[in-house]
Write a protein that binds this ligand. Structure first.
Ligand code: OSB
Ligand code: MG
Length: 366
């Protein structure tokens, strides 16, 4: 497929809620959307980076810069038969996985559309619906935490994940566990702790959590392995995993027993699939992480979640939980805690072009 034209757009998106994590608060987001024009079809990608480099060094600005100045010049006007070939052309670029993934995922969408197949079929998926959980930010009180937990359990979410940070961990989670003794419950620390906090983890270990997500440093596997050795609860790696190799090393070391796969963090679908394959070979379950995506990114996440190893509920909650209005149709909402993967060629969604135009802050065509 010849990459004839690439359009970048930066759009604003206001979350319905204030989302607090150990690294900050997000509500007004800016996202980069990418449209790839190739041989009569359009492929769509969405960069998952946030405005602030709290989760990853990549940001809305670095994604734009990398796509404009480094990625597009390496591939524009060239012909690629497969995503693997496209990635090979981008090998000189170190990192910037979220920027690369915006293009790589658009390429998959275009290929699936050209083949007249849903993306999940091209990816090798095995199911058309999957269970979803909700990722819930740090709340202002234990009372609010309980209220949020009960509301999302009521909506049918199959797993609740609460963000924690030092000073806001055992107490709210204990309260949720008492109120909802049976619900699959997890916590996500986004790297806010160190091994000196072993006592906190000892207490969390008693709550029957499905896993504890990324408790320690973003670039650490060794300390995670040490912590895992002290706990019954599995650790889940998020920030630490940028490639299939990272997954192999993490699982080999015993740094965790579950992996959160995010398409942007691992450079797109091809490497997300390989990361999934590595985890499967270790018998480690994976789930699809979220980055507060708009409809294009959410649709990509849903298609990826059709692979056999995605056996745990993903952070692929209903679009209407996040947005008053999303940028694609149909609306990607879960029912009874299950998300259906959209059918039709490619992503199986159409863009709401007028809305996107209204949300656009800048646009550039290459
Ligand atoms: O750690 O999984 C994370 C959002 C932004 C950055 C990092 C994370 C998250 C979430 C939200 O947990 C997941 C979602 O609902 O999209
Ligand atoms: Mg996480």
């Amino acid at each position: 497929m010849k990459l004839e034209r690439i359009e970048l757009r930066e759009v604003t998106a206001r979350l319905k809620f204030r989302f607090e994590t150990s690294f900050g608060v997000e509500q007004d987001l800016r996202k980069v959307l990418l449209t790839l024009h190739t041989e009569g079809v359009e492929g769509y990608g969405e960069a998952t980076a946030g405005i602030f480099p709290g989760y990853s060094y990549e940001t809305t600005e670095t994604v734009w810069d990398a796509l404009k100045h480094h990625i597009t010049p390496l591939v524009l006007g060239k012909d690629f038969a497969t995503p693997a070939q496209l990635l090979t052309a981008l090998l000189p670029i170190r990192g910037h996985n979220m920027a690369v993934a915006a293009l790589e995922t658009a390429f998959w969408d275009a290929q699936a559309k050209a083949a007249g197949l849903p993306l999940w079929v091209l990816l090798g998926g095995v199911r058309t619906a999957h269970p979803v959980g909700a990722s819930l930010g740090v709340q202002e009180s234990v009372e609010k935490t309980l209220e949020t937990a009960l509301a999302h359990a009521e909506e049918g979410y199959k797993r609740l994940k609460f963000k924690i940070k030092p000073g806001w961990d055992v107490q709210p989670l204990r309260a949720v566990r008492e109120a909802l003794p049976e619900i699959p419950l997890t916590v996500d620390a986004n790297s806010a702790y160190s091994l000196t906090d072993a006592r906190v983890f000892g207490q969390l270990d008693e709550l029957g959590l499905d896993y504890i997500e990324q408790p320690l440093a973003h670039d650490d596997l060794v300390d995670h392995a040490q912590l895992q050795g002290m706990l019954v609860t599995p650790l889940c790696l998020d920030e630490s995993i940028h490639s299939p190799e990272d997954a192999r090393k993490g699982l080999q070391l015993g740094a965790g027993r579950v992996i959160n796969i995010k398409v942007g963090r691992v450079r797109g679908h091809l490497l997300a699939r390989r990361t999934h394959d590595v985890a499967l070979s270790f018998g480690a379950p994976v789930w699809c992480g979220g980055m507060l995506e708009l409809g294009i990114g959410r649709a990509h996440n849903l298609h990826l979640s059709s692979l056999p190893g995605f056996t745990l509920p993903g952070d692929t909650a209903s679009a209407s939980r996040y947005w008053d209005e999303d940028i694609v149709e149909p609306i990607l909402d879960a029912e009874g805690g299950m998300q259906r993967i959209p059918d039709g060629p490619g992503l199986g969604v159409t863009l709401k072009r007028d809305l996107i135009e209204r949300l656009t802050l800048r646009r550039e065509v290459f």
